[in-house]
Design a protein around this ligand. Structure first.
Ligand SMILES: Nc1ncnc2c1ncn2[C@@H]1O[C@H](COP(=O)(O)OP(=O)(O)OP(=O)(O)O)[C@@H](O)[C@H]1O
Ligand SMILES: [Mg+2]
Length: 361
């Protein structure tokens, strides 16, 4: 088949660009002040969600190895024209989008308009998941546990139902953008500081949640409708973080502390947990997958309270997929645990979409 491949590629950040972004919004100052010693001079998180050439070519090769031709289509401002001209039989979509709160929905919306089949969820599902509040409202309506929350764009005199410690995140970011050690707050002053930081640096409201202090897991799922395959649960071993780090999977940890050279032993897959906890986690994740009308694949983050009751933290309908096993990347890791290598994982996602559309391979 003629497969289109939509993605956003990480740009090398020029020194000058970083400098101007610091000047623009003071972002670096906040990063620096939240990192432990020796982790100071770090890059901005502007392109954190986008993929690098290594991942893009690994996906491209996996599709080619299945006998398809691949047309790379960078998800930039020319994407619509390119899709219209090339008219692929199907598109493998992993574009995180250029900008705006619904950026991840742009390519699926274009493909829907052009009537071109594509992998993964549609624009409504992806948009809903990218707004952490809307996602949680849908989960709550369906009786799926998630931490209590409220959203606010600015600091106010009285907040509803805030319990400390609380956790403050940007309303629509991924890849732990905007989530630093300081996101865990213990009082009103710290809460206000984080709300202001998020507004200034990310121009968006904050979502404030009850802090769940139990174990953390992530669950990779493949499939459609009732026919979904839950891959082995991964535990995020927050106990392996340095003792002066709060127990969160923050931007610092994800991108700077856990590197290829200094690998943290942060994932255990399959997680060492009881059958009953495994069943509970799988059940809420499958329910969330159906309630949000996810297609083909997604990764769902889960955290427990101190009594080991699991709650959904957030849902990723375009999961990260770093190909090198030396990089800690959850979805490929869970796939490897059932003997599914990287190429097979990518081909499985493509085939799920081909089947869903009833196309002839
Ligand atoms: N309510 C909460 N209670 C406790 N920890 C939390 C809570 N919300 C988030 N966290 C911590 O912060 C981390 C990042 O949060 P979250 O998964 O919402 O961000 P994200 O940027 O969407 O992540 P991803 O990289 O998976 O897209 C979680 O992995 C978890 O460690
Ligand atoms: Mg997450």
């Amino acid at each position: 088949m003629k497969v289109g491949f939509t993605y956003n590629i990480k740009k090398e950040i020029e020194h000058e660009e970083v400098q101007s972004s610091i000047k623009l919004n003071n972002r670096q100052k906040f990063i620096d002040s939240n990192l432990v010693e020796n982790y100071s001079n770090r890059l901005s998180d502007i392109y954190a969600e986008w993929d690098d050439e290594e991942t893009i070519s690994a996906v491209e090769q996996a599709i080619q190895k299945a006998g398809h031709s691949v047309n790379r289509i960078e998800a930039d401002e020319n994407a619509f024209e390119k899709l219209k001209t090339i008219r692929p039989d199907i598109v493998f979509n992993m574009a995180e989008g250029l900008g705006g709160a619904s950026r991840e929905s742009h390519i699926p919306a274009m493909l829907e308009m052009l009537n071109i089949p594509y992998t993964a969820s549609g624009p409504v599902t992806i948009g809903n998941c990218h707004d952490k509040s809307i996602c949680k409202e849908i989960l709550s309506y369906n009786g799926i546990p998630n931490p209590d929350f409220f959203i606010t764009e600015s600091i106010v005199n009285g907040y509803p139902k805030v319990k400390y410690p609380a956790f403050v995140k940007p309303l629509h970011e991924g890849s732990s953008k905007g989530i630093y050690n300081s996101s865990l707050v213990n009082n009103r002053e710290q809460l206000n500081r984080e709300i202001t930081r998020i507004k200034q640096n990310y121009s968006q409201p904050s979502i404030i949640e009850n802090f769940l202090d139990g174990r953390e897991f992530t669950v990779a799922i493949l499939g459609n409708g009732e026919n979904v395959q839950v891959l082995p649960v991964i535990e995020i071993n927050l106990s392996c973080l340095p003792k002066d780090f709060p127990k969160i999977y923050s931007y610092e940890v994800k991108w700077f502390f856990d590197t290829r050279e200094n690998k943290l032993d942060i994932f255990t897959c399959p997680a060492k947990i009881s059958e009953s906890l495994t069943n509970k986690i799988e059940e809420i994740c499958k329910k969330a997958y159906l309630a949000l009308r996810i297609r083909d694949w997604a990764r769902i983050d889960v955290r427990c309270d101190s009594k080991e009751n699991p709650y959904i933290i957030e849902v990723n309908p375009l999961p990260g997929i770093l190909p090198n096993p030396d990089d800690n990347s959850c979805f490929p890791k869970a796939a490897r645990a059932v003997g599914m290598d990287y190429d097979t994982l990518i081909q499985t996602v493509l085939n799920l979409a081909i089947k869903r559309y009833g196309l002839n391979n």
